[in-house]
Design a protein around this ligand. Structure first.
Ligand code: FPP
Ligand code: MG
Length: 351
């Protein structure tokens, strides 16, 4: 997913992480925001260390995407949810680094599957080293992430392996599409819950868990993360159409060209089936040959111009609202306010 913009300042040499849109509210509590920034700097160091190998090729390829930038949303959520309880400790930091490593590993694999030319504004790993090295680099990162979580606790390893299974099943179900009489919309929602909601949920849950929360409280944070992740991916899919490549660091229209059905296109098919002429015209372009950049741009413009795009934003906003509901019963705090504004920010962005 394309996260609300936080950028690392050349992570290798300047580690101070800037908090992304939605977390500005933390600035009101200087001690809290200093603690979070310090924890994230430590997580960043741990992350880069974990991506370092003796092997010359993988040392470069494994650090490549982390060093290309990224927003570190998952580690931030882990650190933040720990602050709702007893605060950040070494286990929270290690779990936060593992969350980012799993995210990175999925990106190496996903860009191969999507034939995506760009990631984080730079050529995707498979463009640089070829598919096999990109896939194996993802595997290497995952194996290190698994070892690090195994060092932490059995519960951490359980959450991680369950999340891994959901990531794989989400990506698999996206790849094969709805089967038989399966409803396309339900299928799409289950795909994004699995491929994105699962890891954001794990990030929020494990911060609470290693930060000292009880079982029922970890579940609240899990539900928050799952809904935020879904809102996030819905927004990402809309932005895939609407964004300029510079803002998102990716190539606009990639999903359309790859035939990945996203919410605006699903809604377009529904509208066309009900006799909407503009939807039918847009679908003729979407289902046509999109190999040329001109044809892709024309199809993208037709979808963006149709009201389905605004309806897709409304669905994304409803998931953001669900995320806030999940934590409504937590006592008020600056961290809770930050989680609420983050839920707002994921559906209020351009890239
Ligand atoms: C990005 O979706 C893809 C994911 C969030 C999940 C990827 C999952 C896998 C590759 C399977 C599991 C693999 C591992 C290594 C655990 P997208 O293509 O819609 O987002 P994008 O626009 O950022 O590319
Ligand atoms: Mg992709």
């Amino acid at each position: 997913m394309t996260d609300p913009s936080v950028q690392t300042d050349s992570p290798a040499d300047a580690l101070t992480i800037k908090l992304p849109a939605g977390f500005d509210v933390l600035a009101a509590d200087e001690a809290l925001s200093a603690g979070i920034t310090e924890a994230l700097d430590q997580v960043e160091e741990q992350l880069l260390e974990a991506l370092t190998t003796d092997d010359e090729l993988t040392n470069t390829s494994a650090r490549y995407l982390a060093e290309a930038g990224g927003k570190r949303i998952r580690p931030l959520l882990t650190v933040l949810t720990a602050q709702l309880f007893d605060g950040v400790n070494a286990e929270v930091r290690q779990a936060a680094a593992v969350m980012e490593m799993i995210h990175l590993a999925t990106l190496y694999h996903d860009d191969v599957m999507d034939s995506a030319p760009l990631r984080r504004g730079t050529p995707s790993a498979h463009e640089v080293w070829g598919n096999s090295v990109a896939i194996l680099t993802g595997d290497l990162i995952l194996s290190r992430a698994s070892r690090m979580m195994a060092e932490l606790s059995q519960e951490g390893a359980r959450v991680q392996s369950h999340t891994f299974e959901r990531l794989v099943m989400g990506q698999l179900h996206e790849t094969v599409g709805p089967q038989g009489s399966e409803d396309a919309y339900k299928h799409y929602l289950s795909v994004i819950a699995d491929k994105t909601g699962s890891l954001v949920a794990a990030a929020a849950r494990l911060g609470a868990h290693f930060g000292g929360a009880e079982g029922a409280q970890t579940q609240l944070l899990h539900d928050y993360g799952e809904a935020v992740g879904i809102a996030f991916q819905l927004a990402d899919d809309i932005i895939d159409l609407a964004a300029d490549g510079e803002a998102s660091g990716k190539t606009p229209g990639t999903d359309l060209r790859e035939g990945v059905p996203t919410l605006p296109v699903l809604l377009l098919r529904g509208a066309a089936a009900q006799g909407d002429e503009a939807a039918r015209d847009a679908l003729t372009l979407v289902d046509g040959d999109l190999s040329s950049d001109e044809a892709l741009a024309e199809a993208v413009s037709a979808v963006v111009a149709h009201p389905v795009t605004e309806r897709a934003w409304e669905v994304a906003r409803s998931w953001s609202a669900r995320a806030k509901e999940a934590i409504a019963d937590l006592p008020d705090s600056t961290v809770k306010q930050a989680l609420n504004s983050f839920a707002d920010a994921v559906v209020d962005r351009e890239g």
